[in-house]
Design a protein around this ligand. Structure first.
Ligand code: 5AD
Ligand code: SF4
Length: 472
């Protein structure tokens, strides 16, 4: 088996020594003050980042911190940033700006900024020059080095900028502090080789590398044994799993293996690329017991010209072919997608093509984004679509999708659905909320003991975004 992708275990062992050193220091603090130092991890961006943050929180806990849920209670703050759109970066910078006053109040507070945004050199410089109270900065290739960086910062007192690794590797065996006791993320591969012309990810998360099947199966098995009910396999391009590493198995094989685990749980995965959505993968899904009948398959645009300019390696005909094979094998499958509006060079006709694809496919749900130029990507250098046109197209897209989603949800009204309950709804505190197999939101009158459990539910109405009904 090819192990070239895996970080040598000695590197993790070296971190264990730093963890132990921090632990001793934090235990001494506990003995003196009767309470542990607090660590606050704030996350921006995608599920991959949330999964990384669960490792940062796990490492913090291993180092003897108590993970706290507000920055005011923290002696260590870690901001895990995103770079996917300008807005994500501005939000992170603004929050880091707000932490300055916390440092004034508590000079021993340590502030670290990590993740995709600061993996870009120009953003590392921003932090260096404009946010002098940030103590250390590390990119996505260095998450496993967090204990070392913290120790060095505390020992030397100097600000640290961790250089990016020249080689991105898979770090196994880091402690994970999971946010939920019934929904879990499991990263199965990292990085991306696709270089879609709009996307920053390959520049900030390096090339694709996959974990070996053994540790993944073990992790999922353990989660199921602990009672986890909804497990999402994560990767920037999950369905190309294994290809990079020369493993004798692919993503469909991994799913088939995980499906053998006994228990009552859903397996999900995201995000997939249409170029790697094989019939074999769809066959495995259709035959499986645990894989949720939900496929998130970003289309990005419904114009072949734009798909080419985006460097996506498929056209609308290929996309429709995948959709029709999925529906043939799984008539009740939920299909969701990502769309970018106002990509450089998008004409009215190209945009109409996207609207037509929305009507033809009938997506259950869309995540739609206005194109945001990312420094260093090819599309940022192309001729841009004016902001007003982007905005107007975005509104038209949302309006059409609203109608489509509402119509898609109607046939499920009155039919029994299984919903994994998430407890009292944040937006609608009079009701409980949960997610269906297709990951759609359901609202109902629940009870505290429903949280984290499957509930039998029937909807008496639906709108574009959710079902409203009762427990059966
Ligand atoms: N501008 C707008 N949206 C983007 N996405 C990725 N890069 C950009 C960008 N530069 C969207 C894509 C991707 C999703 C996670 O974010 O639709 O699938
Ligand atoms: Fe944001 Fe992409 Fe990084 Fe996720 S991988 S945090 S979406 S830039």
């Amino acid at each position: 088996m090819n192990k070239n992708n895996i970080l040598p275990p000695e590197e993790i062992e070296a971190q264990q020594a730093y963890i132990a050193r921090m632990r001793r220091d934090n235990d001494a603090y506990l003995a003196e003050h009767g309470t542990r130092r607090g660590a606050f991890v704030l996350t921006f961006g995608c599920q991959q980042n949330e999964a990384d943050s669960e490792k940062l929180a796990g490492l913090s806990e291993a180092m003897g911190y108590t993970v706290v849920d507000c920055p005011e209670a923290a002696d260590l703050i870690v901001v895990n940033t995103c770079a996917i759109r300008e807005h994500a970066e501005q939000k992170a910078l603004s929050i880091v700006g707000q932490y300055k006053h916390l440092k004034t109040k508590n000079p021993s507070l340590v502030i670290a900024v990590c993740g995709c945004m600061v993996t870009q050199e120009h953003r590392k410089d921003d932090i260096k020059f404009r946010y002098p109270y940030v103590d250390f900065v590390f990119g996505t290739s260095s998450i496993h080095r967090f204990p070392q960086l913290l120790c060095e910062k505390l020992a030397k007192g100097k600000r640290l900028y961790c250089p990016e690794e020249t080689e991105y590797l898979v770090a196994e065996g880091l402690p994970i502090r999971r946010e939920s006791s019934y929904r879990a993320w499991v990263s199965i591969m990292y990085g991306c080789n696709n270089f879609c012309s709009y996307c920053i990810v390959p520049y900030v998360r390096g090339r694709e590398r996959s974990r070996e099947m053994g540790p993944i199966v073990e992790e999922v098995r353990e989660l199921v044994a602990k009672g986890y009910k909804d497990i999402t396999l994560l990767g920037q391009n999950v369905n190309s799993y294994g290809k990079d590493s020369g493993y004798p198995y692919d993503f469909a094989d991994l799913l088939a293996e995980l499906d053998k685990i006994e228990g009552d749980f859903y397996l999900r995965f995201m995000t997939s690329h249409p170029k790697d959505a094989s019939r074999k993968l769809i066959d495995v899904m259709a035959a499986s017991e645990h894989i949720a009948r939900h496929f998130h398959l970003p289309m990005q645009s419904g114009s072949d010209k734009i798909l080419k300019a985006m460097n996506r390696h498929y056209d609308t005909a290929r996309y429709l072919d995948i959709v029709s094979y999925m529906r043939e094998k799984m008539p009740d499958v939920t299909i969701t997608s990502d769309i970018i509006v106002g990509f450089p060079g998008e004409s009215e006709e190209d945009f109409e093509g996207t609207l037509n694809m929305l009507r033809t496919v009938g997506f259950d749900m869309l995540y739609s984004f206005i194109y945001s130029p990312r420094k260093g990507t090819p599309a940022a250098e192309m001729e841009q679509v004016p902001r007003e046109i982007q905005n107007a197209r975005f509104d038209r897209l949302l309006a059409l999708q609203g109608e489509i989603a509402k119509a898609k949800n109607q046939p499920l009204v009155g039919k029994p659905l299984r919903v994994l309950c998430d407890g009292v709804s944040k937006n609608n505190p009079a009701l409980y909320s949960g997610r269906t197999e297709g990951n759609k939101i359901a609202f109902f009158e629940g009870a505290p003991e429903d949280t984290g459990k499957f509930v039998d539910f029937v909807a008496d109405r639906a709108d574009a975004f959710a079902f409203y009904g009762k427990k059966i």
